[in-house]
Design a protein around this ligand. Structure first.
Ligand code: SF4
Length: 328
């Protein structure tokens, strides 16, 4: 442990190593959503309205607002005939209807993996299934998905919610999940669902997305190599908060930070190695600023590569058409 005298007195920084885990940060859905807003500002000029934070990261939203985006929560706030981008988290069908009524130019940046869950909900409902939806009920993604049906979808957050469900044994049941849940917690809830309703159908494909799954897997490896974990992400970011919980569940101290300004030196007393990850909506620039902070204090920087992601999504078709000079 090194204790140095800093200009302002004793400097308790003992960190010798900062380890950046890969994969971290932007996923394919977030990259696509940010590019959609930037492209719309270039194509249509300012302002471009964005319904809900385009992705759940304070710094990304502030950066796009400086470029000409205006974030609103209620679609009714958008002036008629304007350009609006729907955020990556997905939207209920009524928002598309309102956009049509207001003659908005709508570019939909909903992540294709969220759209997949919306489609599963509609398909299963059409086939007469009741849907148990494992989610955080107040999350914007969950509200969009539940908005697909007036009835027949039952949100559950945990085993206690599952216990309250009651279906007769003639019902056709399927469970689906939000894309950004804790893989381990969801497993517990799904286990409770299957114990109570053994005939229930699994989703056609796992709904917790690749980015959430990979980042949680990587952080489990990271905690084996460091004394403390920092996760770059905003309070509103479900997948970032799940990364902090995953690290804590492995017995490590872990903190969620928006940026270097949130670091508190008291966290690092007697800490020799700090691991850094970032939620799927957190920019790499912030991760590097955090690494710089420790390097300037004498720590070395390492990368821990668990796996490299190659996923990418094409831009929304309506934007492609616009770029080719056609109307949408
Ligand atoms: S976290 Fe997953 S579901 Fe959400 S935008 Fe990224 S890839 Fe899509």
């Amino acid at each position: 442990m090194r204790r140095k005298l800093g200009k302002k007195g004793i400097d308790f920084m003992t960190v010798e190593k900062v380890v950046l885990v890969c994969p971290r940060g932007f996923c394919a859905g977030v990259k696509r959503a940010i590019e959609v807003v930037e492209d719309c500002i270039k194509l249509f000029g300012k302002p471009v309205y964005v319904k809900h934070e385009i992705v759940h990261n304070k710094k990304v939203v502030e950066d796009l607002e400086k470029k000409g985006a205006i974030t609103i929560e209620d679609i009714e706030e958008v002036p008629d005939n304007s350009v609006v981008v729907f955020s990556a988290h997905g939207s209920p069908p009524e928002h598309y209807e309102i956009a049509k009524r207001k003659n908005l130019k709508l570019i939909d940046a909903t992540c294709p993996l969220v759209t997949k869950v919306h489609l599963e909900v509609k398909n299963f409902a059409e086939k007469g299934f009741k849907i148990i939806y494992v989610c955080h009920k107040n999350h914007i993604e969950a509200q969009g998905v539940m908005g697909e049906l007036k009835q027949g979808i039952y949100p559950v957050e945990n085993k206690e919610d599952v216990e309250k469900l009651d279906f007769d044994n003639t019902e056709k049941l399927v469970y689906l999940t939000q894309t950004t849940l804790s893989v381990d917690e969801a497993k517990q809830t799904i286990k409770a669902i299957k114990e109570k309703f053994p005939e229930i159908l699994d989703p056609p494909k796992q709904d917790i997305c690749y980015a959430t799954t990979n980042r949680q897997g990587a952080i489990k490896e990271l905690v084996k190599k460091v004394d403390l974990v920092l996760v770059v992400g905003s309070e509103t970011s479900s997948n970032s908060k799940r990364l902090v919980e995953t690290a804590k569940a492995q017995g490590k101290k872990a903190f969620l930070i928006d940026g270097v300004e949130d670091l508190k030196e008291k966290w690092f007393e007697d800490i020799k190695s700090v691991g850094v990850s970032a939620g799927a909506s957190s920019p790499e620039k912030i991760v590097q600023e955090i690494a710089d902070y420790f390097e300037k204090k004498g720590a070395t920087k390492e990368e821990l590569i668990i796996l490299e992601e190659k996923m990418g999504f094409v831009e929304p078709f309506e934007l492609t058409k616009m770029k080719k000079g056609k109307s949408i």
